[in-house]
Write a protein that binds this ligand. Structure first.
Ligand code: SF4
Length: 326
């Protein structure tokens, strides 16, 4: 490791503070369904479930539960990263309805990560932005790992999203076989499609996939990728996913340029030693956390402020948040 690496992180940190201030967000992806009609991305948990789900409609979450989750996010100050669901689990008009209701609950427009679609023009002000699941930072590997998600179609969808006035995001999972040489490809992709937000994840190897025995990428490798993107794009929003077994990544990823952190089981970790550890990581990176990962008073009353239909789900989220599973 040479001093250039530390200089790069130091510069990325300064650029981030200058352009984004010192707030770090906790991001929560809200899942709509456990069904995905494509179901063939080599790393994906959903790909292991496709054959087990007999009736895709039953894999859809109850919408009241989704709204209760949004209400809890508002109470705790967590951002909704996006609505996410496998292919063909909800129709466009159903997604629009869910997004509108969530916008009424949180006050913020919603990002979508619900697959490649040519129906974007049906959406309106309830949607802030569209996410393209690029997933792999190397186009050749992408075609093997995500055979049904053509990069061309994703790029076309993002360009259409831009024409319609939506913001644009991409997701990239590190650890799928890419190398640091592929950062240039990501940089070009961001430029070509005028991307506003990049969401990085690190591989979480699921049993029954070809990655089952593969390790997660090293923290300093992850940091180098993020800091190179930050230095190239000072104003872009960067969100970094890290798993509960990798909380020590958080500090260095924030210094490298992350504006938000994601991919935790938020309710399960809330107010436990792990939730507090996330807050400590943010603090030691010299940042302020938006919202809380430990303040039980923010959980609020076990009744919904939105609709009595959500009461039982709100109650369940609060119970889960107070039950220290660790
Ligand atoms: S399209 Fe998305 S949900 Fe479906 S298998 Fe691929 S990564 Fe998983």
């Amino acid at each position: 490791m040479n001093s250039e690496f530390f200089d790069m992180i130091k510069n990325a940190n300064e650029v981030t503070l200058k352009n984004h201030g010192d707030e770090v967000t906790l991001e929560r992806a809200i899942f709509l369904s456990w069904w995905c009609d494509k179901g063939d991305c080599a790393f994906c948990y959903m790909s292991t479930q496709k054959d087990k789900i007999k009736d895709p409609k039953k894999a859809r979450r109850n919408v009241s539960n989704i709204y209760a989750e949004a209400e809890m996010c508002r109470r705790l100050g967590w951002n909704i990263e996006f609505l996410s669901g496998g292919y063909k689990s909800f129709t466009t008009s159903e997604i629009k309805e869910i997004a509108s209701t969530i916008k009424n609950i949180t006050g913020d427009g919603v990002w979508l990560n619900t697959g490649i679609t040519d129906e974007l023009s049906e959406y309106g002000s309830e949607i802030t932005g569209i996410t393209g699941a690029v997933e792999v930072a190397n186009p050749e590997i992408h075609n093997n790992v995500c055979p049904s998600k053509s990069l061309e179609d994703i790029g076309h969808m993002l360009d259409t999203a831009g024409d319609l006035g939506f913001k644009k995001a991409i997701t990239i999972i590190l650890g799928l076989g890419e190398t640091l040489d592929d950062v240039d490809y990501v940089i070009d992709y961001i430029k070509e499609h005028d991307i506003d937000r990049v969401i990085f994840y690190s591989l979480n190897s699921h049993k029954e996939t070809i990655y089952a025995d593969k390790s997660q990428p090293a923290s300093l490798y992850y940091a180098e990728v993020v800091s190179r993107i930050r230095l190239e794009f000072p104003e872009i929003e960067i969100i970094c996913g890290t798993w509960i077994d990798n909380l020590a990544n958080i500090g260095i990823l924030i210094l490298s340029g992350a504006n938000g952190i994601t991919k935790f089981p938020l309710f399960k970790m809330f107010a436990t030693k792990y939730g507090v550890r996330v807050e400590e990581e943010v603090k030691w990176a010299g940042r302020r956390l938006k919202g809380t990962f430990s303040d039980k008073s923010r959980l609020g009353e076990p009744k919904s402020e939105v609709s009595p239909d959500l009461d039982k789900f709100i109650k369940r989220y609060i119970k889960e948040s107070l039950k220290n599973k660790y």
